[in-house]
Design a protein around this ligand. Structure first.
Ligand SMILES: Nc1ncnc2c1ncn2[C@@H]1O[C@H](COP(=O)(O)OP(=O)(O)OP(=O)(O)O)[C@@H](O)[C@H]1O
Length: 258
């Protein structure tokens, strides 16, 4: 397995705050990685640097072996990096199919600078296929602004995958999703990304989700990678539990019983 992303010695300072303090991360092709950390640990800064929204002060980021530091977000997107935000970026007054058709019409893989080379029928066919992949067929003609949050998240991620990315960054994919729906939403996301062979890195505060869906977990703390490994190792690590998960008392209680 080869790395799709190689981040080397990344440093990013905001005045006195060091948001990335010598961050070194490899993301292996086709894998699902969970990114955890306290508020302000540097998770968003890390993703902003890879997606081109922020330039590192120093360091290097290779995408599929090619340097991407210095490229614009648009150039990086065109090279195969997609992103979905915590709040779905949808046209709320349009239906699910219309949102997807718009995304297809605006994607360079099918058209140029927003002028689609596809007919409306062809756009609808592509959009319908994508709705099916994400199990959203029943919501085809629902207005995006009225759909449940879990469905909105799925639609947003379906749209992020329209350009056939190699890497997909997800910011808290289950935040705002009803607790009884969070596993089915994640199942859909993971199934669709695995079928497409997309490498995923998702930021998540829900450790049940992190443990269940990650091949590997990266734990950030104060701008550094505290530990990086399989979920069972990272989520049971003493420092991770004390500093990030906030189970200080739980760890102490277990120690007392040991
Ligand atoms: N544009 C900015 N200007 C100044 N400081 C910033 C900026 N962006 C981030 N920071 C600071 O950098 C540090 C890391 O922030 P970042 O948003 O990357 O953390 P995070 O792990 O994503 O946190 P959260 O879980 O709260 O989103 C924080 O101290 C934050 O205040």
């Amino acid at each position: 397995m080869k790395p799709i992303i190689e981040a080397k010695s990344l440093i990013k300072r905001f005045g006195a705050v060091t948001a990335a303090n010598d961050v070194n991360v490899d993301i292996m092709s086709g894998t699902i990685s969970g990114l955890i950390g306290t508020n302000g640990a540097g998770k968003t800064t890390f993703i902003n640097m890879i997606t081109g929204y922020l330039g590192p002060d120093s360091g290097s980021i290779l995408l599929d072996g090619q340097e991407i530091v210095g490229l614009s977000p648009r150039q990086i997107t065109r090279r195969g990096v997609a992103r979905s935000f915590q709040i779905p970026q949808l046209f709320n007054s349009l239906t699910a199919i219309e949102n997807l058709m718009f995304a297809y019409s605006a994607t360079d893989s099918v058209g140029i600078k927003g002028f689609s080379i596809l007919s409306d029928d062809e756009l609808a066919t592509h959009a319908d296929e994508r709705l099916e992949v994400f199990g959203l067929g029943a919501f085809r003609n629902s207005i995006a602004g009225t759909m449940p949050e879990g469905i909105r998240k799925l639609l947003d991620i379906a749209i992020a995958m329209v350009g056939k990315p190699k890497v997909l960054f997800l910011d808290e994919p289950t935040s705002g999703v009803a607790s009884e729906e969070k596993f089915s939403v994640m199942d859909r996301i993971i199934d669709a990304t695995r079928v497409a062979g997309v490498s995923v890195l998702f930021v998540e505060h829900d450790m049940e989700i992190v443990g269940r869906y990650s091949d590997r977990v990266l734990a950030f703390f104060e701008g550094r990678v505290l530990i990086d490994g399989p979920p069972e190792t990272v989520l049971s690590d003493r420092q991770v539990r004390e500093l990030i998960i906030g189970e200080e008392h739980c760890v102490r209680r277990e120690d007392n019983h040991a």
